[in-house]
Design a protein around this ligand. Structure first.
Ligand code: COA
Length: 322
């Protein structure tokens, strides 16, 4: 029985940080940020990841016309939970009153939502569960060194969610591909609390902020994303022309434009909201999907190709027939 996406929701915090605001923090300019990334503004949260995830989740449940008690699973793709434990999914469960659900987080950085969606799909298809809430939510703002101009201009906070259900029908969440390369993990990393106990030397010099080799990540993205998209299309017996929208992780306008050129597809098929929100990590794909859905741009039978990439390194792509 297919797995269908029956409701979407998203949430971004109110606090807006513009490129002009960043000019006051670091040696940068609106012109540089706009030209190199396409980003104009981003949102940052003072509340945290679970707060945003709950709001996105409520909107997705409302859109699906479902009560939280009907959920069998809640999966959150995040690498910036408010706590190491309990996990974010359990916090969402408690806030929603989704008492029947089993809840866990999945850490795959900016690929988090796709990995979560594909994981839920496999559980539902197996018949183990009927209905899942999948969420991508991240607070990258708390990992950023706001004095490092090479990274602080890129990221924002947000959450996106979708309800997926195993139900009769001829289409839904289709084939997927995922990949990882831990060997290149160092090019985009953020340490968690260092080991500090009486048996080891405290690693006080370790700063718990994000660091990135931007060019290496850029090269990885523009090579790997089209490769995984092409491989998935071949696997599913489809061509790029069969896809209505390519919903890519919103990291950088130049990365998306490069992928569009490589796929020989018009840029209009690659919707973007990164100008407003920056790179919201695991949240970027479900926020964009929800916006397209709410704007009435998705019709039954439309094929969408979702593709994400991020720290790990991790990457993945999924086809959805709406
Ligand atoms: N404002 C002004 N100048 C900046 C700057 C900023 N915010 N950030 C970096 N620079 C400077 C650099 O210091 C460098 O100066 P130098 O030539 O004097 O040394 C110059 O700009 C060029 O830096 P470079 O890193 O070569 O720029 P770039 O064209 O590669 O763009 C990124 C930098 C980060 C925008 C780009 O590499 C990128 O988008 N990479 C992918 C990152 C990403 O998407 N990460 C998340 C993946 S999920």
């Amino acid at each position: 029985m297919p797995v269908r996406m029956i409701g979407t929701g998203s949430y971004v915090p109110d606090k807006l940080v513009t490129n002009e605001d960043l000019e006051k923090l670091v040696d940068t300019s609106d012109a540089w940020i706009t030209e190199r990334t396409g980003i104009h503004t981003r949102r940052v949260t003072g509340e945290g990841t679970a707060f945003m995830a709950v709001r996105a989740a409520r909107r997705a449940l409302e859109a699906a016309g479902m009560e939280a008690e009907e959920l069998d699973m809640i999966l959150v793709g995040t690498s910036t939970g408010d706590f190491l434990f309990p996990n974010t999914a359990c916090q969402v469960q408690a806030a929603l009153g989704a008492d029947r659900a089993v809840c866990f987080d999945l850490s795959a950085a900016c690929s988090g939502f796709l990995f979560t969606l594909n994981t839920a799909k496999v559980y539902l298809e197996s018949g183990a569960y009927q209905t899942a809430l999948v969420i991508g939510a991240d607070t990258l703002s708390k990992t950023i060194d706001w004095e490092d101009r090479s990274t602080c201009v890129l990221f924002g906070d947000g959450a996106g969610a979708a309800v997926v259900r195993r139900e009769q029908g001829s289409f839904g969440v289709g084939g997927f591909l995922m990949g990882s390369d831990g060997g290149r993990g160092g090019c985009l990393a953020c340490p968690s609390a260092p080991v500090k106990n009486p048996w080891f030397v405290p690693r006080e010099e370790l700063r718990e902020v994000l660091s990135m080799n931007g060019q290496e990540v850029f090269r990885f993205a523009v090579k790997t994303v089209p490769e995984v998209m092409e491989a998935l299309l071949r696997q599913e017996g489809l061509e790029a022309g069969n896809i209505k929208y390519f919903i890519l992780h919103q990291a950088n306008e130049r990365i998306i434009a490069s992928v569009a050129r490589r796929m020989k597809q018009p840029i209009e098929k690659f919707p973007m909201d990164l100008g407003q929100y920056g790179n919201t990590s695991g949240a970027s794909i479900p926020i964009l999907l929800d916006e397209l859905n709410r704007e009435g741009k998705l019709s039954e039978g439309d094929r969408l190709l979702l593709a994400g990439f991020g720290a790990g390194l991790t990457w993945g792509a999924t086809i959805i027939t709406w």
